[in-house]
Ligand binder design. Structure first.
Ligand SMILES: Cc1cc2nc3c(=O)[nH]c(=O)nc-3n(C[C@H](O)[C@H](O)[C@H](O)COP(=O)(O)O)c2cc1C
Ligand SMILES: O=C(O)C(=O)c1ccccc1
Length: 389
């Protein structure tokens, strides 16, 4: 049965008759401001910050804002269904939670809380390689919730092989390989505070519990944790990889593979030629390259190039339901939600993430209806006009 995501607004108003207002803001800007206010400067800077002068993060928002939805009338949108097929799975809405590492800097329940929130609404959760909780523990908490695994494709083949084996055994069905972070971008907000979560012992759980990783250490992790962190920093990414190397991953993963961080149509074609199943058009939320193309500006070119061969997903700059709608109109099959759910987590744990997911999906449902659609499948570029920058 189709879920009525839009009902969330009446839940809120009905609760209001007893004097209650939502525990967290429904406006994503206010949510971010509240997070900035309540959480420590290190963690807040790490999450909210981006590469260089912040121009890519701003461009992500501007590129979505420049597109405007053209509502259509009298189309019988009473019954709506947001169900979407993504990577061979049927999901209740065109949304997944983006892989975000080191979540214990935001809340002690960290990735487990985010994963449980996603599962509570049937939304797939993408667990980061750099999670603060081991992948098996998150998987066990999620039960039959849909889980996908994000790989930082590093220098040590044995660690990669071991991660893939562990992820498979723990019930992760799709593999997201992040290509845009073989090295960490230049991030002034973190640099000015000299704040890197890994040096506070966060984000290394999958590595420190891994026999292949441990085999590369001179001493056990607990005897020399600093050396273990340095070892992690030295191997989590590999700037030496090239397209033919993907064959190794294809060989060791029998489910769908999605390449995250593709922005050029030629790279999307190379992805299709390499035999993967999808791409995420993403600039990592503007955290890697300052002055980069906005993700929403790159999306139509990638969708045109490979939309008939690959599943095209999108993230970077999505804050609201209307942003999701615009991404669908620009050629995405589904969208990954990033920072907003991390703020929800920081402010109110699992309940905070659920709040954010329900806000985005309620607004998406209402936007679809008011734009004349009963589901995501009929949304096209004809639903948008583009304003000059
Ligand atoms: C604090 C933080 C940590 C992140 N960690 C990862 C990660 O471990 N792996 C990954 O592929 N992407 C990571 N990302 C990128 C997100 O998956 C996603 O691409 C990005 O947040 C989208 O941009 P948005 O937050 O502006 O929506 C991270 C993003 C943030 C904000
Ligand atoms: O901070 C990030 O954006 C990120 O993706 C990352 C990179 C290395 C390890 C963990 C997360």
């Amino acid at each position: 049965m189709a879920q009525h995501w839009a009902d969330f607004q009446y839940d809120i108003y009905l609760n209001g008759t007893t004097g209650a207002v939502p525990r967290l803001p429904t406006d994503p800007t206010r949510l971010e401001e509240l997070a900035e206010h309540r959480l420590g400067p290190g963690p807040t800077g790490y999450v909210a910050g981006s590469a260089g002068d912040g121009s890519t993060a701003r461009a992500n928002r501007a590129a979505l804002a420049r597109r405007r939805i053209v509502p259509r009338m009298l189309r019988d949108v009473h019954e709506r269904d947001l169900t979407t097929e993504v990577l061979g799975r049927t999901v209740p809405a065109p949304l997944a939670l983006a892989p975000v590492g080191v979540l214990s800097i935001m809340h002690p329940d960290a990735e487990t809380a985010a994963a449980l929130a996603a599962a509570a609404h049937g939304v797939p959760y993408i667990l980061s390689s750099a999670s603060s909780t081991p992948m098996e523990q998150v998987a066990e908490a999620m039960g039959d919730g849909e889980r996908w695994f994000q790989l930082y494709w590093g220098k040590d083949r044995e660690v990669t092989r071991s991660f893939l084996t562990r992820a498979r055994a723990a019930g992760y069905t799709a593999l997201f390989v992040t290509l845009d972070t073989p090295i960490l971008g230049w991030r002034p907000r973190d640099l000015d505070q000299a704040y890197l979560p890994f040096l506070h012992g966060v984000g290394t759980a999958n590595y420190f519990t891994d026999p292949a990783f441990q085999a590369g250490l001179a001493k056990p992790v607990h005897e020399d944790p600093n050396a273990a962190v340095l070892h992690f920093l030295g191997l989590f990414g590999d700037p030496g990889h090239t397209w033919p190397d993907l064959a190794f991953l294809r060989e060791h993963w029998d489910g769908p593979i999605v390449l995250k961080g593709v922005l050029h149509p030629d790279d999307a074609r190379l992805a299709a030629d390499a035999g993967v199943d999808g791409v995420v058009v993403s600039n990592h939320g503007g955290r890697q390259v300052a002055g980069a193309v906005a993700a929403a500006d790159a999306l139509p070119g990638v969708a045109d190039a490979v939309g008939d061969r690959l599943t095209v997903l999108f993230d970077s700059g999505v804050r609201t339901g209307d942003d999701v709608f615009k991404a669908l109109a620009l050629g995405a099959r589904a969208v990954l939600l990033g920072r907003p759910y991390v703020y929800g987590l920081g402010l109110d744990g699992q309940a905070g993430v659920e709040h954010v997911v329900r806000c985005v999906l309620a607004e998406l449902d209402l936007t679809l209806a008011l734009a004349g659609h009963t589901g995501p499948a009929t949304v096209t570029s004809a639903d948008l006009v583009e304003h000059p920058a």
